[in-house]
Design a protein around this ligand. Structure first.
Ligand code: NDP
Length: 255
């Protein structure tokens, strides 16, 4: 048996939400390096153009699609526009936000904003894209969870609730869509230094605690996510479905 092409994404198009920076950008970097044409999403057009130029300088095929992942009408319009240019083979639901406050003081509007960005978006964008994938009988969907799919921490109960739901929505999508040739899996990153975690990596007490708590004794580097993303986007994972693959330096395995 030849393994040629197992991780090859040439000729595929991947839409990555929240790809102007951080984890989404790293995944766009990985998938485009493996041959995919990537479509970067985010709300800020300026940030998207800067990110797209960075990848184009590396010779990658890049397009952008600015829309708000919480807005069903904009999503449908944007997905139809991308699909007019060519089929979306891979969808990465990465856009997400964090809000920190003890639960008893949590603002109701922050709860709704967080749930709608981290969870509703996965439902809305996936549904809009899966309709096309189901008709074609193939497609890969990768949802970005977190170690908070499994673990809580003080001050981020709503985020934990949203990521637990993303993990189970991944299973639900598998239940409904695997029969149509789609693979739907999730990646659960540990702790990475991105703008979302600024409050944590700028706090020396947290930094020291995290390095002790993580068996690998370090923060994640964005390149650490490349392999999992390419695996779950490529033919190498064609019989892997409904799983969450943790890329966390061992946090979830060791107490
Ligand atoms: P960042 O804050 O660095 O990036 C978030 C991205 O999402 C930006 O491109 C932002 O662009 C976009 N975005 C936010 N809201 C929306 C929206 N409503 N519509 C479209 N795009 C949006 O976050 P990270 O890279 O750290 O996080 C990415 C994902 O990874 C999230 O789901 C997060 O929960 C998860 N994660 C992160 C970890 C970490 O250690 N950093 C650990 C585990 C999981 P714009 O503002 O222009 O819209």
């Amino acid at each position: 048996m030849t393994h040629q092409g197992l991780f090859d994404l040439s000729g595929k198009t991947a839409l990555i939400t929240g790809a102007s920076r951080g984890i989404g950008f790293a995944i766009a970097d990985a998938l485009s390096a493996a041959g995919a044409q990537v479509v970067l999403n985010g709300r800020s057009v300026e940030a998207l153009n800067t990110a797209a130029d960075q990848l184009r300088e590396l010779g990658r095929q890049v397009d952008t699609a600015s829309f708000d992942v919480t807005d069903a009408a904009s999503i449908k319009q944007a997905i139809d526009k991308v699909e007019e240019k060519g089929p979306i083979d891979i969808l990465v639901n990465n856009a997400g936000i964090q809000r920190r406050k003890p639960l008893e003081d949590f603002d109701d509007n922050d709860w709704r904003e967080l749930m709608s960005t981290n969870l509703d978006s996965v439902y809305l964008v996936s549904k809009a894209v899966a309709r096309h994938m189901i008709a074609r009988k193939h497609g890969k969907i990768i949802n970005i969870g977190s170690v908070q799919c499994e673990l809580a921490r003080p001050g981020i109960a709503p985020y934990t609730a949203s990521k637990g739901a993303v993990k189970n929505l991944t299973k639900g999508m598998c239940a409904d869509w695997a029969q149509y040739g789609l693979q739907i899996n999730a990646i659960g990153p540990g702790y990475f230094e991105t703008p979302l975690n600024k409050a944590l990596y700028e706090d020396p007490v947290f930094d020291e605690w995290l390095k002790k708590r993580t068996p690998a004794r370090r923060w994640g580097k964005l390149e650490d996510l490349h392999g999992a993303a390419v695996f779950l986007a490529s033919p190498a994972s064609n019989f892997v479905n409904g799983q969450t693959l943790y890329v966390d330096g061992g946090i979830l395995s060791v107490i």
